[in-house]
Structure formats: structure tokens, C-alpha cells
Design a protein around this ligand. Structure first.
Ligand SMILES: [Fe+2]
Length: 361
């Protein structure tokens, strides 16, 4: 299986992984052959790409930290919470909160079972459901970091809940401001930034959720050097959960298409996070984050400094920029290059991602 950007999809390619659309509806099934109509639909719905399987990638299997069905259910619960609050159906929203809490427990079980796995956060978001996908992604990323920090199960739940609800305050911000293309006025920016306090106020006053979870919501836009909001807190004065969520939030937002900018590649997002270590983000947490999230996700095609092209087949926690690759333009079939462990690869580096299919075949 490998990841192919939407613009490079071709008729006849075989789907490698189920693709879900609005409300978790299955759009494309694993094993299905893709048609021109499918390609148009994928592109119009705003998917950046999909997994396909072909001869060169048939032996590459991609195991996710959490199961797709569980992810879809969690996304559905978050969506219902947001929608109910928007429609002022507060009691209904609380019922969905119970589902969300159960899914957080399930996600913790899965990340504990898969704790050796490195996260392949390839963006498969359905554009209109960005907020809900984002909330779940931030929760998963945060809990993976929390587990690496050896937080106990109770705290992992509190962290997951805070992360899943970190942007709940956006329900109270007008949609036309949230989705505005182009830059915001100072006044609009102040309204958008009020979402962390509005979310905190709502959760504290209306719902019975742990203090640690709603405090995490309040401070998720604080920055390590004191340049964040709403209080301009610094370093260890920012609660641990908020420091974790801050990294996960920015990372996932960067790898997503937004109305005002295109997504960046996971490797570029990781580079940004590393560059902001000690400035915006807690350096100790950045160290953990970059071990747990792959800059070059499994199945992505990369270009090497020696001119060769490879598909990422393995990642290492202690050498995130030097994955194991299956070489594509090699005379011998099934040639692998382990950038971390093969001595002949020591002069070779990854210089970029390959996004044009014609270079692969
Ligand atoms: Fe936020």
C-alpha cells in the first residue's frame, strides 16, 4: 500500500484502504478499482490523497495506532457534540459526551496495545468535517505523548477529553469569522481567540468533567515563551496537558488543508515543530513528539540525495529522519535501503517527497 496525492490518481488504481466521507459514510472500499468519477469526487471533497495498492507497494502494510472504525465513531461523537451545542440541545450534547468518553477509553486501550507503533498521520480528512477530525487527531496525538510520559490511565483519560474538546469554544464563534478566507481584522482575531476561554467557561459551568480537562482547554493556545493567549503564561506555569495539546493542535492543523492555506507535508510540519521547540513548545515534549510521529509516514514516496526514489516501509523512534525504504528505480526487484542501519546509506539523505506518479513508474 502507498499514499498517492489526489492530483496523481489514475483510473484503474486499486484502493488500499477504506475511505470515509461525511458522517463516516464509506466512500471507497479497499480492493475497489478507482474510476474517473471517483477521482473527481475525491478531489472535489478536498481529500489530499488516498492509499492505493499496486505491484510496487503490495508488500507494504500500514498498521494504524487506532482502528479506522473507532476513529470514525469518535469523530461522529465529536460532531454530534458540536452540532447539538450549536442547536442549543445541551442535554443531547451531554449524552454524546458519554459516547466520546467511552471512545477515549477505547483509544487508550489501542494506543497501549500499539505503543511500539509510530503514528502515520496522513491527512485523510473530509474537508467539511475538518473540526471533528482535527479534535480526534489532537486527542490521539496527545494521548500517545501522554503514554510516552508514563501518565496513569486516569490522567490519560483527562488529557484525551481535554484534547478532544480543546476547540469546543469555537461553537460560540460566528462561522463566517471562523471560515473567513484571507486575513482577519484585529476585532475578528480577538473574537476567534476568545474560543479557549468560552470553551473553558462552558465546560466548567455546564458539564461535569475533570478540572484538569477544562483547564487544558483554557490554556491550549499558551506558548512556552509567553507569547500565547489568553494569559501569556510561560514554561512550567502552563499546565502539562495544555503544553502537550498545543503541539498536537499545531501539527495537525499544519498538515490539513484550510480555507486560507494549503496543507504542508508531515515532514515540513515536524520541522516546524522542531524549529519552535523552546519558543512556542516545551522542548522536552517536542523530543517525545518527534519520536512518536513519523515525518515520513509509511507508504509515502521520497526522493533521496543520490537521485533514487523509495517508499517508506519502516520508521525508527530514535532516527525519525532516517526511515527504511523500498527502492523503486532500482534494477533489482525488492531492493531495500535502511537509512538508519545500512552503512552504504550514511551519505544519503531524504531531500523531499515525490508527488508526481510519472516519476514512480
Ligand atoms: Fe484552539
Amino acid at each position: 500500500m502507498r499514499f498517492v496525492p489526489s492530483v496523481c490518481l489514475q483510473e484503474g488504481m486499486i484502493i488500499g484502504k477504506d475511505l470515509y466521507g461525511l458522517d463516516g459514510i464509506l466512500l471507497l472500499k479497499e480492493g475497489q478499482r478507482i474510476t474517473g468519477k471517483n477521482i473527481n469526487r475525491i478531489q472535489s471533497l478536498g481529500f489530499q490523497g488516498i492509499y492505493i495498492v499496486d505491484k510496487i507497494s503490495e508488500d507494504i502494510c500500514i498498521q494504524n495506532v487506532i482502528d479506522d472504525t473507532l476513529r470514525q465513531r469518535a469523530i461522529g461523537a465529536v460532531k454530534h457534540i458540536f452540532n447539538c451545542l450549536e442547536n442549543k440541545e445541551e442535554k443531547k450534547a451531554e449524552i454524546n459526551l458519554l459516547d466520546a468518553k467511552q471512545y477515549i477509553e477505547n483509544i487508550i486501550d489501542e494506543i497501549i496495545n500499539n505503543k511500539h507503533l509510530i503514528i502515520n498521520m496522513v491527512d485523510l480528512k473530509y474537508f467539511d468535517d475538518y473540526t471533528y477530525y482535527h479534535c480526534v487527531n489532537v486527542a490521539v496525538l496527545s494521548m500517545v505523548v501522554g503514554l510516552a510520559l508514563k501518565l496513569n490511565r486516569e490522567d490519560l483519560c483527562k488529557l484525551g477529553l481535554g484534547a478532544m474538546l480543546h476547540d469546543i469554544g469555537k461553537v460560540f464563534v460566528p462561522k463566517e469569522i471562523l471560515n473567513k478566507e484571507g486575513s482577519l481584522t484585529d476585532e475578528e482575531m480577538t473574537i476567534v481567540q476568545s474560543h479557549s476561554e468560552k470553551g473553558y467557561d462552558y465546560l466548567r459551568e455546564k458539564w461535569e468533567i475533570p478540572i484538569k480537562s477544562y483547564i487544558a482547554v483554557l490554556f491550549h493556545h499558551e506558548r512556552y515563551n509567553g507569547t500565547g493567549y489568553p494569559r501569556g503564561k510561560e514554561k512550567g506555569n502552563i499546565q502539562l496537558f495544555s503544553r502537550i495539546i498545543a503541539i498536537a493542535d499545531v501539527y495537525d492543523a499544519l498538515i490539513s488543508d484550510r480555507p486560507y492555506r494549503k496543507a504542508v507535508l508531515p515532514s515540513d510540519a515536524i520541522e516546524y515543530v522542531m524549529g519552535a521547540s523552546g519558543l512556542f513548545f516545551d522542548p522536552e515534549l517536542v523530543k517525545i513528539f518527534v519520536q512518536k510521529v513519523a515525518p515520513y509516514p509509511l507508504g509515502s514516496c521520497v526522493r533521496l540525495s543520490n537521485g533514487k526514489i523509495g517508499i517508506v516501509v519502516g520508521n525508527y523512534e530514535d532516527a525519525c529522519l532516517r526511515p527504511k525504504l523500498k527502492l523503486l528505480n532500482s534494477e533489482i526487484e525488492d531492493t531495500y535501503l535502511d537509512l538508519k542501519n545500512d552503512p552504504e546509506s550514511w551519505n544519503v539523505t531524504i531531500v523531499g517527497n515525490v508527488v508526481d506518479n510519472s516519476e514512480i513508474y
